[in-house]
Design a protein around this ligand. Structure first.
Ligand SMILES: [Zn+2]
Length: 268
């Protein structure tokens, strides 16, 4: 499943093809993905110029000079194919630039989405309205404030999009390990000292994953649903029963219906 680093890598890859280009043609090969495609998509995008690309949480944003932003989500299995020689069955949306380059949104399971939002109304768009700060913008004081009084497990709180946006299971497990924090610890009980280790750990894990994604990116194409190169660097994720550097063994527990991996010796 594409996580924040994969989405960031995707946005950077698409940026090289789309930024500053005029959209010559689009083709919607279905009327819906997870939900219906926006009405008037073709009319509003054709002829528009792409002014920039951004990411918010796990959404990619393509801004145009008409004040519209095309927002994509890759869902469970989505990826953009770049300059495909042949259009495949699961290429649901195709965008062609004035340079004749093509990108195709391929999504076999169709949990992804495409929306067209007015750029200046983006902050209030329903999926964005309640989102917490980006992980890379987070600082210990801000996190302390957001965790104050919360008795839920830190692992679950970090996965809550209202506290931090777009942080996935893998990255939360790895960051807690690096910070030496037990995943079941009550969020509100973690000292500022320890949050000062946790926040840089979150930044590092995300940045390393983005870099790893970038280095394995071929023809700027994006995630293939695999974790790719970064998986080799996991210290605890998906390593149940395997040794930790401390001599202990990685343990797996289930929290909120999802696996948590941690080292009982290193994380308190
Ligand atoms: Zn350990």
């Amino acid at each position: 499943m594409p996580e924040l680093p994969e989405v960031e890598t995707t946005v950077r890859g698409l940026e090289r093809i789309l930024r500053g280009r005029r959209i010559e043609r689009i083709e919607a090969r279905r009327a819906d993905l997870r939900r219906a495609l926006p009405v008037g998509l073709g009319q509003r995008l054709t002829g528009a110029r792409v002014t920039g690309l951004r990411r918010r949480a796990k959404y990619g944003l393509i801004d145009t000079d008409r004040g519209d932003t095309l927002v994509f989500h890759l869902g469970m299995s989505g990826r953009w194919r770049v300059d495909p020689t042949e259009i495949e069955k699961h290429d649901h949306f195709i965008l062609e630039t004035d340079e004749g380059r093509r990108v195709a949104l391929n999504d076999p399971r169709r949990f992804g989405s495409l929306d067209l939002v007015r750029t200046n109304e983006m902050k209030d768009w329903a999926p964005f309205a309640a989102l917490g700060p980006e992980p890379l913008d987070l600082d210990p004081r801000e996190l302390k404030k957001r965790l104050a009084g919360r008795s839920a497990a830190i692992k679950l709180l970090l996965l809550d999009q209202r506290i931090v946006a777009g942080l996935g299971n893998i990255y939360v497990c790895e960051a807690l390990y690096r910070a030496g924090i037990h995943p079941r610890r009550a969020g509100g009980s973690i000292s500022t000292e320890r949050l000062k280790r946790l926040v840089p750990a979150i930044h590092d894990v995300i940045e390393e994953a983005i870099e790893a994604g970038g280095s394995t990116l071929r023809d700027f194409a994006a995630p293939d649903g695999e974790l790719g190169y970064f998986s080799k660097a996991f210290a605890v994720y998906d390593r149940e029963g395997l040794p930790c550097g401390c001599g202990g063994k990685v343990k797996r527990i289930v929290q909120g219906g999802r696996s948590t991996y941690y080292c009982p010796q290193c994380q308190r």
